[in-house]
Design a protein around this ligand. Structure first.
Ligand SMILES: *Cc1c(COP(=O)(O)O)cnc(C)c1O
Length: 375
Protein backbone atom coordinates (compact mmCIF):
# COMPACT_ATOMS: atom_id res chain seq x y z
CA UNK A 1 0.00 0.00 0.00
CA UNK A 2 1.36 3.42 -1.01
CA UNK A 3 1.37 6.78 0.62
CA UNK A 4 0.55 5.92 4.24
CA UNK A 5 1.43 8.90 6.42
CA UNK A 6 1.78 9.48 10.15
CA UNK A 7 -0.56 12.47 9.72
CA UNK A 8 -2.71 13.27 6.68
CA UNK A 9 -2.97 17.06 6.65
CA UNK A 10 -3.87 17.27 2.97
CA UNK A 11 -7.08 15.23 3.13
CA UNK A 12 -8.19 17.14 6.20
CA UNK A 13 -7.60 20.41 4.36
CA UNK A 14 -9.56 19.19 1.32
CA UNK A 15 -12.47 18.36 3.62
CA UNK A 16 -12.45 21.80 5.29
CA UNK A 17 -11.19 24.07 2.52
CA UNK A 18 -14.64 25.38 1.67
CA UNK A 19 -14.58 27.06 5.08
CA UNK A 20 -10.86 27.71 5.54
CA UNK A 21 -10.19 29.37 2.17
CA UNK A 22 -12.80 32.14 2.55
CA UNK A 23 -11.60 32.80 6.12
CA UNK A 24 -8.01 33.21 4.91
CA UNK A 25 -9.12 35.21 1.91
CA UNK A 26 -10.85 37.71 4.15
CA UNK A 27 -7.63 38.35 6.08
CA UNK A 28 -5.65 38.78 2.86
CA UNK A 29 -8.15 41.08 1.18
CA UNK A 30 -8.42 43.25 4.29
CA UNK A 31 -4.62 43.12 4.88
CA UNK A 32 -5.21 42.66 8.62
CA UNK A 33 -2.13 40.48 8.95
CA UNK A 34 -1.02 41.59 12.41
CA UNK A 35 -3.44 41.66 15.36
CA UNK A 36 -6.44 41.57 13.03
CA UNK A 37 -10.04 40.87 14.00
CA UNK A 38 -9.72 37.11 13.34
CA UNK A 39 -7.02 36.91 16.02
CA UNK A 40 -9.18 38.59 18.63
CA UNK A 41 -12.05 36.34 17.63
CA UNK A 42 -9.88 33.26 17.95
CA UNK A 43 -8.55 34.25 21.36
CA UNK A 44 -12.13 34.69 22.57
CA UNK A 45 -13.28 31.43 20.97
CA UNK A 46 -10.36 29.50 22.45
CA UNK A 47 -10.89 30.96 25.94
CA UNK A 48 -14.59 30.05 25.77
CA UNK A 49 -13.86 26.56 24.49
CA UNK A 50 -11.38 25.92 27.30
CA UNK A 51 -13.46 27.63 29.96
CA UNK A 52 -10.69 30.07 30.94
CA UNK A 53 -10.70 33.85 31.24
CA UNK A 54 -7.80 34.57 28.91
CA UNK A 55 -6.22 32.95 25.86
CA UNK A 56 -3.32 34.75 24.21
CA UNK A 57 -1.94 33.80 20.81
CA UNK A 58 1.83 33.70 20.27
CA UNK A 59 4.21 32.63 17.51
CA UNK A 60 4.69 28.97 18.55
CA UNK A 61 4.40 26.57 21.45
CA UNK A 62 8.03 26.95 22.50
CA UNK A 63 7.57 30.72 22.82
CA UNK A 64 4.43 30.09 24.86
CA UNK A 65 6.45 28.07 27.39
CA UNK A 66 9.21 30.67 27.49
CA UNK A 67 6.79 33.56 27.94
CA UNK A 68 5.00 31.66 30.71
CA UNK A 69 8.26 31.32 32.67
CA UNK A 70 9.02 35.01 32.10
CA UNK A 71 5.52 36.09 33.17
CA UNK A 72 5.91 34.30 36.51
CA UNK A 73 9.10 36.28 37.23
CA UNK A 74 11.37 33.27 37.57
CA UNK A 75 14.98 34.35 38.10
CA UNK A 76 18.25 32.82 36.84
CA UNK A 77 19.26 29.96 39.11
CA UNK A 78 15.67 29.08 40.01
CA UNK A 79 14.89 25.41 39.55
CA UNK A 80 12.01 24.09 37.49
CA UNK A 81 10.86 20.47 37.62
CA UNK A 82 10.12 18.81 34.25
CA UNK A 83 9.64 15.22 33.13
CA UNK A 84 12.69 13.66 31.46
CA UNK A 85 10.49 12.02 28.83
CA UNK A 86 9.17 14.89 26.72
CA UNK A 87 9.89 17.00 23.67
CA UNK A 88 13.01 19.12 24.05
CA UNK A 89 11.13 22.45 24.02
CA UNK A 90 9.73 21.89 27.52
CA UNK A 91 13.18 21.87 29.12
CA UNK A 92 15.01 23.98 26.53
CA UNK A 93 13.30 27.27 27.39
CA UNK A 94 14.03 26.72 31.08
CA UNK A 95 17.75 26.52 30.36
CA UNK A 96 17.64 29.42 27.89
CA UNK A 97 16.34 31.74 30.63
CA UNK A 98 19.15 30.72 32.97
CA UNK A 99 16.81 28.59 35.05
CA UNK A 100 17.75 25.03 35.98
CA UNK A 101 15.71 22.17 34.53
CA UNK A 102 15.42 19.46 37.17
CA UNK A 103 14.24 16.27 35.53
CA UNK A 104 11.93 13.71 37.05
CA UNK A 105 11.04 10.25 35.80
CA UNK A 106 7.66 9.32 34.33
CA UNK A 107 5.08 6.61 34.95
CA UNK A 108 5.33 3.37 32.97
CA UNK A 109 1.57 3.11 32.38
CA UNK A 110 0.70 6.67 31.34
CA UNK A 111 4.18 7.93 30.28
CA UNK A 112 3.39 11.11 32.24
CA UNK A 113 5.26 12.73 35.14
CA UNK A 114 5.66 10.53 38.24
CA UNK A 115 4.98 12.93 41.09
CA UNK A 116 5.93 10.33 43.69
CA UNK A 117 9.53 10.71 42.49
CA UNK A 118 9.52 14.51 42.57
CA UNK A 119 9.64 15.26 46.34
CA UNK A 120 13.30 14.35 46.70
CA UNK A 121 14.17 16.87 43.96
CA UNK A 122 12.76 19.92 45.71
CA UNK A 123 15.26 22.45 47.08
CA UNK A 124 14.93 26.02 48.37
CA UNK A 125 15.46 27.14 44.75
CA UNK A 126 12.61 25.13 43.26
CA UNK A 127 10.03 27.60 41.96
CA UNK A 128 7.90 25.85 39.34
CA UNK A 129 6.84 22.55 37.83
CA UNK A 130 5.96 21.93 34.19
CA UNK A 131 3.78 18.82 33.75
CA UNK A 132 3.48 17.68 30.12
CA UNK A 133 0.25 16.07 28.90
CA UNK A 134 2.15 13.63 26.75
CA UNK A 135 0.73 12.12 23.55
CA UNK A 136 -2.75 13.50 24.34
CA UNK A 137 -3.65 12.59 27.89
CA UNK A 138 -3.44 14.65 31.03
CA UNK A 139 -0.73 14.36 33.65
CA UNK A 140 -2.13 13.57 37.14
CA UNK A 141 -3.03 17.22 37.74
CA UNK A 142 -4.54 16.98 41.22
CA UNK A 143 -1.35 15.29 42.42
CA UNK A 144 0.70 17.94 40.62
CA UNK A 145 -1.37 20.76 42.15
CA UNK A 146 -1.15 19.28 45.66
CA UNK A 147 2.61 18.90 45.26
CA UNK A 148 2.92 22.47 43.96
CA UNK A 149 0.79 23.76 46.81
CA UNK A 150 2.89 21.97 49.39
CA UNK A 151 6.16 23.33 48.00
CA UNK A 152 4.81 26.71 46.89
CA UNK A 153 5.51 26.20 43.17
CA UNK A 154 3.98 27.68 40.06
CA UNK A 155 2.41 25.20 37.66
CA UNK A 156 2.84 25.66 33.90
CA UNK A 157 1.06 23.00 31.85
CA UNK A 158 2.63 21.93 28.57
CA UNK A 159 -0.58 21.14 26.72
CA UNK A 160 0.96 21.10 23.23
CA UNK A 161 -0.08 17.47 22.67
CA UNK A 162 -3.41 17.39 24.51
CA UNK A 163 -5.42 20.45 23.47
CA UNK A 164 -9.11 19.55 23.64
CA UNK A 165 -8.54 16.81 26.19
CA UNK A 166 -10.72 16.39 29.27
CA UNK A 167 -9.61 16.15 32.86
CA UNK A 168 -12.00 14.81 35.49
CA UNK A 169 -11.45 15.96 39.07
CA UNK A 170 -11.83 13.33 41.77
CA UNK A 171 -15.10 15.06 42.81
CA UNK A 172 -16.37 14.60 39.25
CA UNK A 173 -15.95 18.21 38.08
CA UNK A 174 -14.72 18.34 34.48
CA UNK A 175 -12.02 20.69 33.15
CA UNK A 176 -10.19 20.99 29.85
CA UNK A 177 -6.53 19.99 29.95
CA UNK A 178 -4.17 22.92 30.37
CA UNK A 179 -6.57 25.00 32.47
CA UNK A 180 -5.78 23.82 35.99
CA UNK A 181 -2.31 25.29 36.55
CA UNK A 182 -1.26 28.94 36.72
CA UNK A 183 -0.66 29.01 32.97
CA UNK A 184 -1.37 26.51 30.19
CA UNK A 185 0.63 26.50 26.96
CA UNK A 186 -0.11 24.95 23.60
CA UNK A 187 1.25 24.69 20.07
CA UNK A 188 -0.57 24.99 16.75
CA UNK A 189 2.22 23.31 14.77
CA UNK A 190 0.48 21.80 11.71
CA UNK A 191 0.57 18.19 12.94
CA UNK A 192 -0.72 18.99 16.44
CA UNK A 193 -4.36 18.17 17.20
CA UNK A 194 -5.32 21.80 16.61
CA UNK A 195 -2.84 22.75 13.90
CA UNK A 196 -2.55 25.87 11.77
CA UNK A 197 -0.76 26.35 8.43
CA UNK A 198 2.66 27.15 9.86
CA UNK A 199 3.79 27.98 13.38
CA UNK A 200 1.52 29.16 16.15
CA UNK A 201 0.91 28.80 19.86
CA UNK A 202 -1.09 30.14 22.78
CA UNK A 203 -1.08 30.61 26.54
CA UNK A 204 -4.16 30.45 28.75
CA UNK A 205 -4.79 31.58 32.29
CA UNK A 206 -7.54 32.65 34.65
CA UNK A 207 -5.36 35.32 36.28
CA UNK A 208 -5.97 38.84 34.93
CA UNK A 209 -2.57 40.18 36.04
CA UNK A 210 -0.69 37.22 34.58
CA UNK A 211 -2.62 37.60 31.32
CA UNK A 212 -1.70 41.29 31.09
CA UNK A 213 1.90 40.44 31.77
CA UNK A 214 1.92 37.73 29.10
CA UNK A 215 0.56 40.22 26.55
CA UNK A 216 3.18 42.77 27.56
CA UNK A 217 6.10 40.32 27.38
CA UNK A 218 4.97 38.91 24.02
CA UNK A 219 4.90 42.48 22.69
CA UNK A 220 8.45 43.72 23.45
CA UNK A 221 7.64 44.30 27.09
CA UNK A 222 5.44 47.26 26.28
CA UNK A 223 2.20 47.86 28.18
CA UNK A 224 1.61 50.68 25.67
CA UNK A 225 3.37 51.68 22.50
CA UNK A 226 6.99 52.85 23.00
CA UNK A 227 6.83 52.36 26.74
CA UNK A 228 9.05 49.38 27.54
CA UNK A 229 8.61 48.15 31.08
CA UNK A 230 10.53 44.88 30.87
CA UNK A 231 12.65 43.09 28.28
CA UNK A 232 10.22 41.15 26.20
CA UNK A 233 10.06 39.24 22.94
CA UNK A 234 8.22 39.61 19.65
CA UNK A 235 5.87 36.67 19.53
CA UNK A 236 2.57 36.96 17.71
CA UNK A 237 0.04 34.58 16.27
CA UNK A 238 -0.51 35.74 12.66
CA UNK A 239 -4.08 36.74 11.84
CA UNK A 240 -3.97 34.32 8.89
CA UNK A 241 -3.22 31.46 11.25
CA UNK A 242 -5.96 32.61 13.61
CA UNK A 243 -8.42 32.53 10.69
CA UNK A 244 -7.49 28.90 9.99
CA UNK A 245 -7.70 28.08 13.68
CA UNK A 246 -11.15 29.63 14.03
CA UNK A 247 -12.44 27.05 11.56
CA UNK A 248 -10.47 24.16 13.00
CA UNK A 249 -11.40 24.92 16.63
CA UNK A 250 -15.02 24.20 15.71
CA UNK A 251 -13.83 20.77 14.53
CA UNK A 252 -11.56 19.99 17.46
CA UNK A 253 -13.99 17.71 19.30
CA UNK A 254 -14.74 15.88 16.05
CA UNK A 255 -10.99 15.55 15.42
CA UNK A 256 -10.65 13.91 18.84
CA UNK A 257 -13.52 11.53 18.13
CA UNK A 258 -11.91 10.49 14.85
CA UNK A 259 -8.55 9.91 16.50
CA UNK A 260 -10.21 7.95 19.32
CA UNK A 261 -11.87 5.64 16.79
CA UNK A 262 -8.49 4.87 15.21
CA UNK A 263 -6.99 4.25 18.64
CA UNK A 264 -9.84 1.93 19.62
CA UNK A 265 -9.24 -0.20 16.52
CA UNK A 266 -5.53 -0.44 17.35
CA UNK A 267 -6.32 -1.29 20.99
CA UNK A 268 -8.64 -4.10 19.89
CA UNK A 269 -6.11 -5.55 17.50
CA UNK A 270 -3.20 -5.43 19.94
CA UNK A 271 -5.04 -6.91 22.90
CA UNK A 272 -3.94 -10.38 21.89
CA UNK A 273 -0.39 -9.61 20.87
CA UNK A 274 1.81 -10.59 23.77
CA UNK A 275 4.67 -8.18 23.15
CA UNK A 276 2.63 -5.04 22.64
CA UNK A 277 1.61 -3.04 25.70
CA UNK A 278 -0.81 -0.17 25.09
CA UNK A 279 -0.80 3.12 27.00
CA UNK A 280 -3.10 3.04 30.04
CA UNK A 281 -5.78 5.67 30.37
CA UNK A 282 -6.23 6.78 33.99
CA UNK A 283 -9.63 7.58 35.51
CA UNK A 284 -8.85 11.31 35.64
CA UNK A 285 -8.20 11.82 31.94
CA UNK A 286 -9.50 10.99 28.51
CA UNK A 287 -7.10 10.63 25.57
CA UNK A 288 -7.13 12.78 22.44
CA UNK A 289 -4.35 10.75 20.80
CA UNK A 290 -1.94 13.30 19.45
CA UNK A 291 0.10 10.12 19.17
CA UNK A 292 -0.88 6.47 19.41
CA UNK A 293 2.10 5.02 21.21
CA UNK A 294 2.67 1.49 22.46
CA UNK A 295 5.55 -0.34 24.10
CA UNK A 296 7.23 -3.26 22.35
CA UNK A 297 8.42 -5.40 25.24
CA UNK A 298 10.44 -8.16 23.53
CA UNK A 299 13.37 -5.95 22.55
CA UNK A 300 12.32 -5.88 18.88
CA UNK A 301 11.01 -2.31 18.62
CA UNK A 302 13.60 -1.24 16.06
CA UNK A 303 13.16 -4.47 14.05
CA UNK A 304 9.42 -3.83 13.98
CA UNK A 305 10.00 -0.29 12.77
CA UNK A 306 12.25 -1.53 9.93
CA UNK A 307 9.77 -4.26 9.01
CA UNK A 308 6.92 -1.74 8.87
CA UNK A 309 9.03 0.59 6.77
CA UNK A 310 9.66 -2.21 4.27
CA UNK A 311 5.88 -2.54 3.99
CA UNK A 312 5.38 1.18 3.47
CA UNK A 313 4.09 1.83 7.00
CA UNK A 314 5.71 4.83 8.72
CA UNK A 315 6.20 4.99 12.47
CA UNK A 316 8.07 7.33 14.80
CA UNK A 317 10.13 6.99 17.95
CA UNK A 318 9.07 9.76 20.34
CA UNK A 319 11.62 10.05 22.00
CA UNK A 320 14.75 7.98 21.34
CA UNK A 321 17.13 9.69 23.81
CA UNK A 322 16.33 10.87 27.36
CA UNK A 323 16.72 14.64 27.70
CA UNK A 324 19.39 14.26 30.38
CA UNK A 325 21.57 12.35 27.92
CA UNK A 326 21.44 15.18 25.37
CA UNK A 327 24.62 17.25 25.14
CA UNK A 328 22.61 20.47 25.49
CA UNK A 329 21.59 19.44 29.01
CA UNK A 330 24.91 17.93 30.12
CA UNK A 331 25.74 20.78 32.47
CA UNK A 332 22.74 20.31 34.72
CA UNK A 333 24.02 17.21 36.54
CA UNK A 334 20.57 15.73 36.59
CA UNK A 335 20.11 12.66 38.68
CA UNK A 336 20.47 9.96 36.04
CA UNK A 337 19.42 7.49 34.79
CA UNK A 338 15.65 7.45 35.10
CA UNK A 339 14.48 3.87 34.92
CA UNK A 340 11.14 4.41 33.16
CA UNK A 341 12.37 7.08 30.74
CA UNK A 342 15.21 4.75 29.72
CA UNK A 343 12.74 1.93 29.17
CA UNK A 344 10.35 4.09 27.12
CA UNK A 345 13.19 5.36 24.93
CA UNK A 346 13.90 1.71 24.07
CA UNK A 347 10.32 0.41 23.85
CA UNK A 348 7.98 3.17 22.67
CA UNK A 349 6.82 3.40 19.09
CA UNK A 350 4.16 5.72 17.65
CA UNK A 351 1.92 4.52 14.82
CA UNK A 352 0.03 6.50 12.16
CA UNK A 353 -3.00 8.25 13.61
CA UNK A 354 -4.93 11.24 12.29
CA UNK A 355 -8.41 12.52 11.52
CA UNK A 356 -8.65 11.02 8.03
CA UNK A 357 -7.63 7.39 8.57
CA UNK A 358 -9.43 4.98 6.22
CA UNK A 359 -10.29 1.59 7.69
CA UNK A 360 -8.59 -0.32 4.84
CA UNK A 361 -5.39 1.64 5.49
CA UNK A 362 -5.56 0.91 9.19
CA UNK A 363 -6.29 -2.76 8.49
CA UNK A 364 -3.15 -2.90 6.38
CA UNK A 365 -1.10 -1.33 9.20
CA UNK A 366 -2.56 -3.75 11.76
CA UNK A 367 -2.04 -6.77 9.49
CA UNK A 368 1.56 -5.73 8.98
CA UNK A 369 2.14 -5.57 12.72
CA UNK A 370 0.39 -8.89 13.29
CA UNK A 371 2.49 -10.58 10.64
CA UNK A 372 5.69 -9.26 12.25
CA UNK A 373 4.80 -10.92 15.55
CA UNK A 374 3.65 -14.16 13.87
CA UNK A 375 7.02 -14.66 12.18
C1 LIG B 1 5.21 20.61 19.85
C2 LIG B 1 5.60 20.70 21.28
C3 LIG B 1 6.15 21.87 21.83
C4 LIG B 1 6.61 23.04 21.01
O1 LIG B 1 5.72 23.60 20.15
P1 LIG B 1 6.24 24.39 18.85
O2 LIG B 1 5.00 25.08 18.36
O3 LIG B 1 6.78 23.40 17.91
O4 LIG B 1 7.27 25.38 19.30
C5 LIG B 1 6.38 21.90 23.20
N1 LIG B 1 6.10 20.83 23.98
C6 LIG B 1 5.60 19.70 23.50
C7 LIG B 1 5.32 18.56 24.42
C8 LIG B 1 5.35 19.58 22.13
O5 LIG B 1 4.84 18.43 21.64
Amino acid sequence: MNGIQMVDLKTQYERLRHRIDPAMSEVVSSCTFIKGPALKEFETNLANYLGVKHAIGVANGTDALQIALMALDLKPGDEVIVPSFTYVATAEVIGLLGLIPVMVDVDINTYNIDISKASSLVTSKTKAIVPVHLYGQSAPMEDVLAFADKHNLFVIEDNAQAIGGDYKMSNGTPAKTGTLGDIGCTSFFPSKNLGCFGDGGALFTNDDDVAAKIRMIANHGQPQKYLHKVLGVNSRLDTLQAAVLNVKLEELDDFATRRQAVAAAYDDAFENIEHIVCQKIPAYSNHVYHQYTVRITNGQRDELQNFLKSRGVPSMIYYPIPLYKQEAFSKYHNDIPHEVTEQLCKEAISLPIHTEMESNTQDYIINSIESFFEK
